[in-house]
Write a protein that binds this ligand. Sequence first.
Ligand code: FAD
Length: 602
Amino acid sequence: MDPKIFASKTFDYLIIGGGTAGLTVASRLAEDETIQVGVIEAGDARFNDPLIDVPANTGRTMGNSAYDWGFMTAPQEGANGRTFPAARGKMLGGCSSVAFLSWNRASKFEYDAWDAFASDKGWNWEGLLPYFRKSTAITADQLNTFPGISAAEASAGNNPEYSGFDGPIQLSYNKVDPETVPIYVKTLNKMGIHTNPSPENGELNGVINSRMNIDPLTGTRSYAATAYFHRSESRNNFHLLTNAQVTKILSRSTGDVSGVEITGVEFQVDSQTFVAHTRKEVILAAGAYQSPQLLELSGIGNRSLLESFGIPTVVDLPEVGENLQDHYVAVSQHMLKPGILTFDELRNNPAFAAEQAAIYAESHGGMLASFNSALSFLPFSLFLDDETTKTLIEAFDQAVLTRSKTSPLQAKQYAVQREWFTKGLVPQMELILFNNGFVNPEPGKSYITVLGAGLHHISRGSVHIKSKDPLSLPTIDPSILDNEFDVKLVLEGAKLLRRVADTAPLVDIIESTTVPPSVLQTDEELISFVKASVGTAQHPMGTVSMGPRELGGVVDGDLKVYGTKNLRVCDASILPVGLGAHLQATVYAVAEKLADMIKVTA
Ligand SMILES: Cc1cc2nc3c(=O)[nH]c(=O)nc-3n(C[C@H](O)[C@H](O)[C@H](O)COP(=O)(O)OP(=O)(O)OC[C@H]3O[C@@H](n4cnc5c(N)ncnc54)[C@H](O)[C@@H]3O)c2cc1C
């Protein structure tokens, strides 16, 4: 659409960011023909692009400026001063266009904890469950064939109480898994980590065959652009502008307690500035890094920070951009004995790759239609002995007690986390199996790589503007491993990865461990390794937290920004406390729920 035409319209709802949450809420609002919806997305639409659509290509767009915003974190003291790429999809569909396709909900206890941050609005398991269902579609013939699942349990995940059958996002189990997958799952089973047949029901513990957001009919990625945008694009009341970056949210004072009124947004296309207007609301859905950035550029944030950049304060909200949480990972990589087939075969063997490409073209199946689906979610009891658990909880208490700065909101978050630790119901560690080599894989060799991700850390990072220039990228400081508990947690992850690789039947197919070097044996040596190699799972959240204003919350239970009449935030930044899961499913459900909340009052 021509930006001048877009700017000439007045929308009822103007949505900033055509990503995972933005397209979901926009598409649902546009179901009401009387509502005019406008969406502004900074990136391009990437339909029919094999780098996005073909599951086996997942990951290849990271760092490519045609697809990725190209953020780097600030140097991380807890990680030997290193900086990290912070991948974010810059295109229609946002991060749902680049995510690693695994689909999962957190444990129900985690969602129930949200109630403590915004009561009476249904931000809990029961309140979100209809939206987990509404956003997704499975077919009833899908069977879970992971080891450890009985024939009677194979269809347990197809229970309509928990699964959706006619939503926009198409889900399926991998049609093909490399032979390493059952070997790995049997190894975990042998270690006492059971296979969980139906994690959709809110009980997440164990190893799961994650459903993937892969359309089983086409073998392609099902994501916000294909699923939600395509449902809406022909509607006369749905208007999309791509390649346009919002630079400011415009407001005017009302002089009353209801707060400032948002009137529209300023955006740029090819260095030209335009203004788009709203009659009712602006919904900010620019993601966990850019939603706080845009708030600050618009005068909504910590007064002293805004003043330091000469930005007049519209609403003083000190915690905008604070509370950044993510999952930090330890890595292990193992070269496999000759003859064991993994996704590396696509890299190593051109004839095999051509064969798989032909299968994909013919039947939309084969290895190109699959990605890595074996995820394990472990409470302490499934990977630590009682003594180590006790030591870790003591380390948690000590680290919380001695933090230099803890806001009231964070104190509440830590209380929730501590309850999760002690009750043992909520996973604290995730293992993610990748059936290929990550770190300098040798030609002709096959590998597996296993990541161990801490799910609930103490560190709280931040994202803030570093300039008044709206086109300059914000400073992202995750504060990785800034305390003893987080270091110990990731260390336990690294030790667990060792134990997994030393257990049969997995140990029988491993030729050598290439990461971490096996000479590293003591805790001190492994901690040095962890600091030198720790990375992020690309799950930033919490930077515009939902919570009571007096504690430091930025949005209320209607996801409305405090001090404004008509500005809401809807994306991963509103999560009130770090979530122990991959985020897509939750972000879609949050956006579905918000759309219904708005429709009720519109
Ligand atoms: C590499 C990677 C792998 C991942 N793997 C998984 C996985 O396997 N499973 C899973 O569940 N989750 C995964 N995630 C996480 C998940 O994809 C994200 O948490 C989720 O999609 C975030 O949704 P969002 O709506 O908050 O943000 P986004 O989807 O990022 O949407 C934000 C949108 O706003 C746009 N935007 C930003 N600023 C502006 C502006 N000023 N003007 C206009 N537009 C703007 C962006 O371009 C983007 O399209 C992964 C993420 C990454 C990056």
